[in-house]
Write a protein that binds this ligand. Structure first.
Ligand code: PMP
Length: 398
């Protein structure tokens, strides 16, 4: 029976990783996969995480199931982490979080819920968006449409085109996917004014916002990065927020994330929560425990939390310094192209605007690996490779 299957390409990035591993050149550079790396190119365990894990191993007394919605301590902390502890939604009991297997799991549950709640409606995503958004949504049976977002010529946002397109095409009851910060793959985010304008439009048109928050803390800070999200959450009646702790706790393989549900009232929240539990039960039944316990252990202990915050600040500062370091090197090499995009774009990713030809040339001639769409992971840069990368990019930047 399996002969009826066609070979389906899982994700171009995964084959890129494979090609990188087999490349024998000692000075090869991996700017592909979106994980944070330190200056030495390693993906280390954070100190606060390590300490929390040691406590968990010592204290854990049972491996009983955690329940469909996951770890209670973790679930109680997430709304405060996303919105700030004094956000009105928390006081009004209009938000509840469910622990999910990573941000991906949260998106999958969100899409299954949308299919149940708004069959026949459209989910709007940016052009481009994270490579997994459209497959997750279409596999859940949703109709997906795209709005303009990134403008190649300026390597920035085309906000007017985005709004015009949505105004002309989005229908009441449709869902609108936004990236909370550090847009993947472009690194181009909405300004706070633009978040306000989108919020007005969402209210006016009667859309359901679905916000993907995978990189909170990786641009300007845990609070600053979600100021737009917080504004929107305070004004809309309903919302879904898919968040990930993979990046801000560097626990990628522990599959830790949350789906936060915002409803009009406490009663509707209970019904929405039950709907989420229903789709989870027949999917993966229950999430794993470990990563969520790590996150809640760190956040609940003021000393550990301080260590984690300092480590996250170091990660963020390193990304910022790699951005400005790359830009100043390109300027020193007299590159004529405007390189301001390198410091304007936020988070780990930068969309270079490189063509498939450029990407191919950089890989074959210089051993520099990046995603096929020209996205580079800034965290793949370090003191050992930044000069060589700048020199190679300078050869191709138009
Ligand atoms: N959304 C975006 C935009 C992402 O970049 C990622 C991770 N690459 C995710 C969601 C999923 O994160 P996780 O690894 O926690 O499933």
């Amino acid at each position: 029976m399996f002969e009826t299957l066609n070979l389906r390409k899982v994700d171009n990035l995964l084959s890129l990783m494979q090609a990188f591993r087999t490349d024998q050149r000692p000075d090869k550079v991996d700017l592909g996969v979106g994980v944070y790396k330190n200056d030495a190119g390693d993906v280390p365990v954070m100190r606060a995480v390590k300490e929390a894990e040691q406590r968990l191993v010592a204290d854990e007394e049972s491996k009983n199931y955690v329940g469909i919605a996951g770890d209670a301590g973790f679930r109680e902390l997430i709304p405060g982490l996303l919105l700030g502890a004094d956000h009105a939604l928390i006081g009004e009991s209009r938000i509840a979080s469910i622990q999910t297997p990573g941000g991906t799991g949260a998106l999958k549950v969100a899409c299954d819920m949308l299919q149940a709640i708004t069959p026949g409606k459209t989910l709007w995503v940016s052009t481009p968006t994270w490579a997994n958004h459209i497959p997750i949504a279409t596999d859940a049976g949703l109709t997906v449409a795209q709005y303009p977002y990134f403008r190649g010529e300026t390597r920035g946002l085309e906000f007017d085109a985005m709004m015009e397109h949505l105004r002309a095409n989005a229908q009441s009851g449709d869902a609108l996917m936004l990236h909370a910060c550090c847009h993947n793959p472009t690194g181009v985010d909405l300004s706070s004014e633009q978040w306000k304008a989108v919020t007005d439009f969402v209210l006016d048109r009667g859309l359901l916002p679905v916000v993907d928050c995978a990189y909170q803390g990786l641009a300007d800070g845990m609070d600053a990065d979600v100021a737009g999200l917080r504004h929107m959450a305070a004004r809309v009646p309903e919302m879904l927020i898919a968040s990930s702790n993979s990046k801000n706790f560097a626990i990628y393989r522990e599959r830790t994330g949350a789906l936060s549900l915002v409803a009009k009232s406490k009663i509707e929240l209970a019904a929405t929560f039950a709907a989420a539990e229903t789709v989870i039960r027949s999917n993966y039944s229950m999430p794993p425990s470990h990563g969520a316990r790590v996150v809640s252990t760190v956040l609940q202990d003021s000393a550990l939390r301080k260590i984690w915050e300092a480590e996250l600040t170091d990660m963020r500062d390193r990304i910022t310094s790699m951005r400005s370091g790359l830009r100043s090197r390109l300027q020193a090499l007299d590159v004529e192209a405007d390189t301001s995009f390198l410091t304007d774009q936020r988070g780990m990713f930068t969309y270079t605007g490189f063509t498939p030809d450029d990407v191919h040339w950089l890989r074959e001639m210089r051993g520099i690996y990046m995603a096929g769409d020209g996205r580079i992971n800034i965290a793949g840069l370090g003191s050992a490779n930044i000069d060589a990368v700048a020199e190679a990019l300078a050869a191709r930047l138009a």
